[in-house]
Design a protein around this ligand. Structure first.
Ligand code: OAD
Length: 230
């Protein structure tokens, strides 16, 4: 079976009602990223950080996967599909995709603030001050913040190296190391970019740039790929 690696960003969840990061006002849900998504913010005001991610969790749990998420799940009928997402939401999983790697963490998980390997599922909606890991330190969201390492990149690179087809959906490709993953795609791989503001130049015939919304373009591309590889 041919392997399709799909790199997704906030744009694929936009039509599910979840805001992208780089809106025109430079704020993320009315907060400066430095106030809520950095280790310094956690040191300064952990309650604010927990409150911010509690709101995101509530919003994400109310959101539903859209046509782009569900189309990617259909693709598994004909291909070995690996999703690598920068998103912290679980809309790929709820849309039916079975192989999803989260580069920047997951909103439904917490972790120890001193040992990143101690990860827990969040069953309730809210995380609270005073909830401790087994090492007796405060639990924090299992999210990769600005300025932190992205440990999953080590596993993402070999996946990208093994792709026959790559899809890049709804990402501004401004944040590294995720943005650098494309450089690891094999030279024989066909690459599709779906984003109304795609920054990928279609300078060679490996690249097909589709400047449309994901909810419209992904189902069409999935249908075409399945027809080409029944
Ligand atoms: P961005 O907000 O930077 O980019 C979102 C992209 O989605 C833009 O290129 C938009 O043009 C595109 N877009 C918007 N609506 C779309 C739609 N309906 N269909 C398809 N595309 C659409 O988000 P990311 O690239 O995901 O990191 O940001 C990368 C990382 O930066 C995030 O994971 C987050 C952030 O800081 C962390 O939290 C560590």
């Amino acid at each position: 079976m041919k392997k399709i690696v799909v790199l997704t960003g906030a744009g694929i969840s936009a039509e599910s009602g979840i805001k992208t990061f780089r809106g025109s006002d430079g704020l993320w849900e009315n907060h400066k990223v430095t106030d809520v998504a950095t280790p310094e913010a956690w040191q300064r005001d952990p309650e604010l950080v927990l409150r911010f991610y509690n709101e995101r969790r509530k919003q994400i749990r109310q959101a539903q996967p859209n046509k782009a998420h569900t189309a990617l799940a259909l693709l598994e009928k004909a291909f070995n599909v690996q999703i690598i997402t920068q998103n912290i939401d679980d809309l790929h999983e709820r849309g039916g995709s079975s192989q999803v790697m989260h580069l920047h963490g997951e909103i439904n998980q917490s972790r120890s603030s001193i040992d990143e390997n101690l990860v827990y599922n969040i069953v309730d909606i809210d995380m609270k001050m005073g909830e401790l890991c087994e090492l007796k330190t405060q639990l924090r969201p299992n999210i990769v913040w600005f300025g932190e390492e992205v440990p999953m990149i080590e596993q993402a690179i070999p996946l990208m190296c093994s792709a026959d087809i790559v899809m890049v959906i709804g990402t501004s490709l401004q944040v590294y190391p995720a943005a650098g993953l494309l450089d690891f795609s094999p030279s024989h791989a066909q690459i599709y970019s779906i984003d109304p503001k795609s920054v990928i130049n279609s300078y060679d015939n490996r690249f097909t740039v589709i400047k449309q919304n994901a909810g419209e373009a992904v189902p069409q591309l999935v249908k075409k790929l399945i027809e080409m590889n029944p």
